[in-house]
Design a protein around this ligand. Structure first.
Ligand SMILES: NC(=O)c1ccc[n+]([C@@H]2O[C@H](COP(=O)([O-])OP(=O)(O)OC[C@H]3O[C@@H](n4cnc5c(N)ncnc54)[C@H](O)[C@@H]3O)[C@@H](O)[C@H]2O)c1
Length: 266
């Protein structure tokens, strides 16, 4: 399959081997896109991941360290992508932080600020940096990674996470509406539970809170999902690749749950 041959995609938060961002980058590259992977400089394997994607898909994948809380670093990333490739066709705003504290009154101001600055402001700033270019191109695709928590509140999830993921949905719909006539589509995926480092942290929190083992916490969480299992990062990546593909050419402003029937009634 090479639906995306010659396209250039930026994927944020792609610096974890087990993360959703890496899986998205790999999936887009498998369809022919050249990719720019971004992440924080610390705790990241960005260069290794980019090299691995280039090698296994025969595309050009590059890493660019970029802290999404700093608008000037986002602008530098867009400049870098343009210098390297001359165009940017797809932006996947995937990076996110889970936040800390499950009870509302436990969440301190610094934690609210971090969730806001990464999850929503980082996404806003990347869109602000790239939309003038997409408008000039009269073409572009944005896919935002929200969460099922962007559609409804779930137990044991920090309010700072839920609130900022709801905001991503509002942003997605506003951009979709405003830029549709310029051939720019903007959609969101809403994953439920995905087997990544972020899930491991959540399981540790649940285990501590319920005074149970990690295995019991995993079983407890799986039982709440209609399909009785968490997603693999590649299953979320498939949904993103679909929304980025020509097969979704008439789809904009949607929020697609990728959640195995978790909270199926939402
Ligand atoms: N894992 C899940 O169960 C799950 C469920 C629903 C939604 N999501 C969402 O999917 C996305 C990816 O999550 P994941 O599970 O792969 O987690 P992850 O922690 O493996 O990946 C998140 C990435 O974002 C990066 N990041 C954090 N702050 C950043 C900053 N200031 N600047 C740049 N990068 C930054 C991290 O370094 C990390 O590589 C997130 O937006 C998350 O909210 C995850």
């Amino acid at each position: 399959m090479s639906h995306l041959q010659g396209q250039i995609a930026i994927i944020t938060g792609a610096g974890q081997k087990q993360g959703i961002g890496r899986a998205i980058a790999m999936k887009l590259a498998e369809q022919g896109a050249n990719t720019i992977l971004t992440d924080l400089q610390s705790s990241t394997e960005l260069e290794t991941i980019a090299a691995d994607i280039s090698k296994s898909t025969n595309t050009h994948s590059m890493g660019f360290f970029c802290d999404l809380t700093k608008a000037e670093e986002i602008e530098k990333c867009v400049e870098f992508a343009l210098k390297e490739f001359g165009q940017i066709d797809i932006l996947v705003n995937n990076a996110g932080v889970a936040g800390s504290g499950t009870n509302f009154l436990e969440i301190d101001s610094a934690s609210w600020d971090l969730s806001y600055n990464v999850n929503i402001k980082g996404t806003v700033n990347f869109c602000r940096a790239i939309l003038p270019l997409m408008t000039k191109q009269q073409a572009g695709i944005i896919v935002n990674n929200s969460s099922l928590c962007g559609l409804g509140a779930l137990e044991a999830i920090p309010a700072s996470y839920t609130a900022t993921k709801f905001a991503i949905i509002g942003l997605t719909k506003s951009i979709a509406l405003e830029f549709a006539s310029q051939n720019i589509r903007c959609n969101a995926v809403c994953p439920g539970v995905v087997n990544t480092g972020m899930r491991q942290d959540a399981l540790t929190r649940i285990a501590e809170q319920m005074n149970i083992s990690l295995e019991e916490a995993e079983k407890f969480e799986d039982e709440a999902i209609a399909m009785k299992r968490a997603a693999e990062p590649e299953e979320v990546a498939d949904a993103v690749a679909y929304l980025a593909s020509p097969a979704a050419s008439y789809i904009t402003g949607v929020t697609l749950p990728v959640a195995g029937g978790l909270a199926a009634g939402l």
